[in-house]
Each structure stands twice: as structure tokens, then as C-alpha cells.
Design a protein around this ligand. Sequence first.
Ligand code: NDP
Length: 332
Amino acid sequence: SKEVHLVARPVGEPRPEDFSVVETTVADPAPGQILVRNDWMSVDPYMRGRMNDVKSYVPPFKLGEVMEGGAVGTVVASESPEVPVGASVLHFQGWRQYALMDAERAKVVDTDAAPAQAYLGALGMVGLTAYAGLTAVAGLKEGDVVFVSGAAGAVGSLAGQIAKQLGASKVVGSAGGPEKKRRLVEEFGYDAAIDYREGDLEGQLAEAAPEGIDVYFDNVGGDHLRAAIQGMRVHGRAALCGAISSYNDTEPAPGPDNLGLLVGKRVKLQGFLVGDHGDLAPEYQKNAARWLAEGSLRTEETVVEGIDNAVDAFLGMMRGANTGKMLVRLPA
Ligand code: NDP
């Protein structure tokens, strides 16, 4: 079985040499354990933070050891009556072909309801992030004008569509490049789109939403947050989900220089972690199942094949090679 180790702590943008694909042997399950053949694994932006040796809400990856992350796979050997051979399970031992774990660390997923990899995306943490950010954090109301950055990515492509479903009057998205800009409007239901690589974010946002914005869903931080504050209406709310523009920075980036505007506009900025919003999962799952059945929620995936290309999938995602959720498929 192959697994991916972090062998050096990246400085700035990670390089392929910071990782190593290692051959290992996997033991048979002990009582209460299962052996899972991973079919899909997730690569996510927060993993970049875990590559640094700093204290955070998740501990750093250890050097010379296998990394971890979300994955779904098929149980190939079981010493647990609850999780039989053949079951599809969601768990946290990605970055490897085979995973041995206590059965209680795996969640059986319903592959009749949706393909297994959907539980790494729209039906999983990613979808709940978009939903919780818009509802519990930003307090989205009917008629709101919404701006989403990172709008063609996993969270962002869902956030725009969910905002529309929840009654937003207009949704503006920002992504990198003309092709993504086109897809935001033609495929993900955005009313207007911005290609941030063209610059003048503030001007582009003002053109797309001359009336101003009520809600900002921030995946990017930096200049995007500055432009959103500039474009906020009175009583605007921003859900700070991530700040991917700074994840490879070696020095802290300066904050937006227009925070003074928050006072007069009575704007609220709030960071959040999806892990705190598990209580919303049943409500979100119910809504998502309905939107998927109606065909009103488009779930996009970018698929990279094989464990040997998993690092490239991660590096590519950090640079925008994906539209929708970046996934690695591991052939049986
Ligand atoms: P994405 O699928 O959005 O992939 C990352 C995207 O970031 C790329 O596709 C790229 O798109 C964009 N990007 C990279 N560099 C820059 C840059 N300098 N400026 C603008 N855009 C950039 O990832 P996810 O949907 O998984 O995550 C999106 C955000 O949500 C991240 O910030 C992540 O950390 C955060 N997150 C937070 C959670 C929480 O609980 N708070 C949970 C899950 C995710 P492009 O081609 O448009 O540049």
C-alpha cells in the first residue's frame, strides 16, 4: 500500500520535494477494526496550514509520517459487526491507499442516495461550510445581495447556488481567469462575475453590484476583503471562511486599510469553522437532497487519478487548477 508523507516543511509555495510517496505494509484488522481500500481522497486548503509547525485549531502534520485528510473507501476486511465488508465509509485517513482503523472512526455512507465522493463535497463538510456560513454566520435574508470570493471552487460554487436558493436577490462571484468567470454565470447561477486577475476588484464589484452588497462570503481574504468592505451596504455581514490568498505567505500580509468604514456602515465581520456547526447538518442534508433531486444544485468535481498524483492535485488546487471540488480517485 502506498501513502504520502510530508518530508519537509514548505516555505512559501509547497514543492513536490516536500512530499514523498512511500510503500508500506498494512496489518490485518484486530477485533473492532476495519481495513478500508480508499476510493477517493480529498485535498483541501486547510492542509497547507497543517504543513507549518505552528499552533492552530488542527495540529501540524508530523514530518516523515503519513498525512491525513478526508477520504471515502470500501471496507475490504472487517472485525466489526457494525461495519461489514463491502460497506462504503467516510473517514479521516486519506493520503494512503489502504487505511486500518477502529470501526467507530468510520461513518457508513449511503451510496444509493449519492455517489460516495459526494460525501467529500456537496453532501459533506464542504457543503455544510457554504450553508452554515451563509445562514448561521452571515444571517442571509431574502432579498440580500451576496458576494462570494473563490466562487468557482468547492465551497464557493455551492455558496453562490445556495444563496440563490435561500432567496438572495443577486449573487456576484469572483474567480481567476476568463473561463472560470464564464462558468460562474453559465453553470453556477451567478448573476454577475468578476475575474480578479484583471485587477480593480473594487471597480469590478461596483459595476456588478452598483446597489452594494449585504453579505460577503470570504474564501480569499486580502484585496477581496478590502473590496467587499468598500462595497458593503449599511448593516452588511461578512462570513470569513478562509483567506487562501495568504496561505503561502512567509510574512503576515497587511490587513485591509479601510476598516474605518465598518463603523459608519455598522458592518459585522465574523470568522467561523464548519466544525462548530454540526447542529445544522441534518437541516442542510435535507435541503441539499431536495436541491439535488430537483436539479437546482450543480455539484462540480475536478478529478486527478492515482495516489502518485495526489500531491499534484493538492498543489494544483492551491493554484486554481480545480473547478468545484478537487478530488483524487484511487483505482481499486
Ligand atoms: P477551493 O476548491 O476553492 O480551491 C482553492 C481555490 O482558491 C482555487 O481553486 C483558486 O481558485 C483559489 N485561489 C488560490 N489562490 C488564490 C488567490 N491568491 N486569490 C484568489 N483565489 C485564489 O477550496 P475549498 O472550497 O475547499 O476552500 C475554499 C476556502 O474555504 C478556503 O479558504 C478554505 O480554507 C476555506 N474553508 C474553510 C472552512 C471553515 O470551516 N471555515 C471549511 C472548508 C474550507 P481561482 O482559480 O479562482 O484562483
